[in-house]
Ligand binder design. Structure first.
Ligand code: 2RA
Length: 338
């Protein structure tokens, strides 16, 4: 049996990735509705060899839809996700609109897939930087509870969207041609630069992206007491977020034990042979499904600490793939359609 799928934000970066991932994983689809803003309505996109016209998202777009994958920004999700749910579609929403709503499960399949069983029509997909971190941390946390995390992220411009990718490419060309780089998307030049600003600044001095890493990690891992301090940095990389993660456990954990646990954990690929310069990096992670972990070592400043380096394709596992994995699990458990 196939399902009736709607993609809201189909022409965006994550929307296009939804299509690729659904095709690649052969998700059972009878029909696909491609929905977007009025600006994109009328465009044609290919899905499984068939040309499909993009339509403007409207109240009646969700008649006869089993599952709706949303990635069109929080405002669109706030407006249309409840409408889709009223029409009996199950929504997997990639925006920040519902992530911290206690009634909405926030799910990373490798960590808390059971939470989908308590959905009320909407399931939230976490932020990309949180997803890859918790995939790598949760298997360790189960063995030796984590008390505290200090993380610095190095986030690719595709996390902002197509305009930001264009800005990085344009500025790089401008600078190499001896011209001045013009910034539209970011506060400052991103080519040949790094910017410690992702999402808005809060009164605490942290950015919202940094705050999301704390709140989302606690919710997904069901660990309200975990302490976390993040510094999120935008870097001139097109795809692939990297994270330097320092972890404090309740008890000491040897790097060998962590490596062994991670080698046996779902969704993770350990690349950790510094002697032959083997470690993860964004170029290697681009277009792949795994969360890559390397540089696993003792935190020499803390007997209960470990440090590691975590890299993943932010558009794939950080957004589209995670949402499709949730949809697949709904199918496997007979929770959609019918
Ligand atoms: C970013 N976290 O990289 C965002 C995307 N969800 O900006």
């Amino acid at each position: 049996m196939g399902y009736r799928v709607a993609i809201v934000g189909a022409t965006g970066m994550v929307g296009q990735e939804f299509i690729k991932v659904l095709e690649k994983r052969d998700f059972p689809m009878d029909t696909v509705s491609l929905l977007a803003s009025d600006r994109s309505a009328g465009k044609k996109m290919m899905v499984k060899g068939e040309e499909i016209e993009v339509r403007e998202t409207a109240y009646d777009s969700f008649n006869n839809v089993d599952i709706a994958l949303f990635s069109a920004g929080a405002d669109i999700s706030r407006h249309f996700a409840p409408i889709a749910a009223q029409h009996k579609a199950i929504v997997v929403d990639n925006s920040a609109a519902f992530r911290m709503d206690p009634k909405v499960p926030l799910v990373v399949p490798e960590v808390n897939i059971e939470d989908i069983t308590r959905h009320k029509g909407i399931i939230a997909n976490p932020n990309c930087s949180t997803i890859q971190m918790v995939v790598a941390l949760y298997p360790l946390h189960k063995v030796n509870p984590i008390k505290r995390i200090v993380v610095t992220t190095f986030q690719a411009v595709s996390g902002t969207g197509v305009n930001a990718v264009d800005e990085l490419q344009t500025q790089t060309r401008q600078l190499l041609d001896g011209q001045k780089a013009v910034a539209h998307v970011y506060s400052h030049q991103i080519a040949f630069n790094v910017l410690p600003e992702i999402d808005v600044f809060l009164d605490s001095g942290y950015t919202k992206e940094e705050w999301k890493m704390l709140e989302e990690t606690r919710k997904i891992m069901h660990a309200d007491n975990i302490q976390l301090s993040a510094t999120c940095v935008r870097v001139p990389v097109i795809t692939g977020h990297s994270e330097a993660v320092t972890i404090e456990f309740e008890r000491p954990m040897e790097p060998e034990q962590a490596r062994d646990i991670l080698l046996r954990s779902p969704g993770i690929k350990v690349l950790d042979e510094p002697a032959v310069k083997l470690y993860p990096h964004p170029w290697l992670a681009t277009g792949t499904d795994e969360v890559f972990v390397g540089r696993i070592r003792k935190d020499i400043s803390n007997p209960n600490g470990l440090v590691m380096w975590v890299v993943a394709d932010n558009v794939r596992k950080g957004a589209a793939l995670n949402a499709v994995q949730i949809a697949e699990e709904l199918v496997n458990r007979g929770m959609i359609g019918g």
